[in-house]
Design a protein around this ligand. Structure first.
Ligand SMILES: NC(=O)c1ccc[n+]([C@@H]2O[C@H](COP(=O)([O-])OP(=O)(O)OC[C@H]3O[C@@H](n4cnc5c(N)ncnc54)[C@H](OP(=O)(O)O)[C@@H]3O)[C@@H](O)[C@H]2O)c1
Length: 239
């Protein structure tokens, strides 16, 4: 897909990967609709990126708010070429100390949010799958925690393994509709993620900008070429 003039929805655009994705996609000529709860952060990105970035205040765990946000995108643009399900969080700690609230917030953002946004985008993308056989692209941001269980991240593991299953099922379900589904499995990235995770970041993490170069590559592949999964890691995690 040539990104120029394309309409891309990114969840969790207010920091970290979502902001880096927004910057690089606007640079490539796309219009980005960035969803997140922190309106002040979204307004700051609007000032930085100009009219090609539109912030929409949205809690991805709230069904009606998600429906309204996608209706807003459709009203303004009439199409959705890509959806990046990026909003997510991890709260780490021993399994017997995880509170129900911590369990639910991770399930709700990392899985229910992806489900609600994907469900809102799919009918639009299916309708866009006309003569050229390409309707749109959904990119899910999982984690290496979606591939490997590890001590003290059991709840986060559940959500990202779940996202792996959802992505695989969806990829097989909608490929005949001309919709690409790609799932990313990154290791440690320098973002605000670790402020809430409760563990220190590794010594030599990747940067959000590095992951963004891979997003551009995956989105720009020719229409009949799908990269369904991709794992990225720092080379020397201990520095
Ligand atoms: N950093 C890493 O090492 C790493 C590694 C592998 C995978 N990941 C994944 O990468 C994704 C992005 O994380 P990040 O590293 O960029 O962390 P981050 O800087 O903390 O960003 C998380 C984003 O998610 C948004 N978000 C959280 N809850 C939300 C909700 N209910 N509704 C809407 N947006 C919500 C936040 O926006 P608001 O607070 O403004 O709503 C924020 O923009 C996550 O899915 C994470 O699991 C991160």
């Amino acid at each position: 897909m040539n990104l120029k003039d394309k309409i891309i929805v990114i969840t969790g655009a207010s920091s970290g990967l979502g902001s880096a994705f927004s910057r690089v996609l606007v640079e490539r000529g796309a219009t980005v609709f960035g969803l997140a709860r922190r309106t002040d952060r979204l307004r700051a990105l609007e000032v930085e990126l100009g009219s090609a970035f539109v912030g929409i205040t949205c809690d991805v765990t709230d069904e009606q708010t998600v429906i309204d946000a996608f209706a807003n995108v459709m009203e303004r643009s009439g199409r959705i070429d890509a959806l990046v399900n990026n909003a997510g969080l991890g709260i780490f700690g021993p399994a017997d100390e995880v509170t129900l609230e911590q369990w639910e917030i991770q399930m709700n953002v990392n899985l229910k949010g992806v489900f609600l946004c994907t469900r809102a985008a799919l009918p639009v993308m299916k309708a866009q799958n006309t003569d050229n056989g390409f309707g749109g692209h959904i990119v899910n941001i999982a984690s290496v925690a979606g591939l490997l269980g590890n001590p003290n991240i059991s709840t986060y593991n559940v959500t990202k393994f779940g996202l792996k299953g959802y992505s695989e099922a969806l990829f097989k379900e909608v490929r005949q509709d001309g919709i690409k589904v790609s799932c990313f499995y990154p290791g440690s990235i320098q973002t605000e993620f670790f402020d809430t995770a409760g563990i220190p970041i590794s010594a030599n993490p990747m940067t959000a900008e590095q992951i963004a170069t891979t997003l551009v590559h995956v989105l720009e592949t020719p229409d009949n070429y799908l990269i369904s999964e991709i794992v990225m890691r720092p080379l020397r995690p201990k520095g």
